[in-house]
Design a binder for this molecule. Sequence first.
Ligand code: CA
Length: 246
Amino acid sequence: MTSSTIASILVIEDEPAIRELLKFNLVDAGYDVHEAVDAESAKRSIAARLPDLVLLDWMLPGQSGLALARQLRSDARTRELPIIMVTARAQEADKVAGLEAWVDDYVTKPFSPRELKARIKAVLRRRAPEAGHDTLASGSVALDSVAHRVTVAGSEVSLGPTEFRLLRYLMARPDRVLSRAQLLDGVWGDHVDIEDRTVDVHIRRLRAVLEPFGADARIETVRGSGYRFLSSSPADASKPGQEGRK
Ligand code: CA
């Protein structure tokens, strides 16, 4: 994996020994690991940088892991944030069964690092389509995450790192309208210091690279909402001799 495809995981766990064990295994598996010891420090960490996944201990001092999961789900910025809950075996079965409304998955202590890593991988693949794929292809546009290479109609094009991540994020979510805030979180990973306008600047650069191939129309501006990557190009759909819709 290249550096831009490393997923970041926030481990929220108050017991130092377990936190260390989790960190050791996740760093070993190639993840970028951040730590928090309780809900308050977790919220500060998430406010500064949205992780790709949260590994959340249920039993935390102060606000519980479950209460934090509910809070994250009720906030537009963190609603889609993948959460895996870590529960103790002693926790009541009916409560654990209800967990699925708030989290993507859960593991019961003691867990095997191998099982945990498999679940993290599965959740990331489900939630962030581009994380599970080495290549994305749509019409004339193909993106290879491993080689960090983009081709349009078979010709390699040169993209800056931000345009590359932006295109990958868009292509992994075809036909979905993505707001500037979503793009900032998904592509830049931190929406605190960056203006919405930045998204427009990089969309413009991306379109400029695609334009000579007539593929710039694949990125549609949705007025008042954001941007959308069209799974089929308006030009591709037209018959030869007809003019592609601009
Ligand atoms: Ca705990």
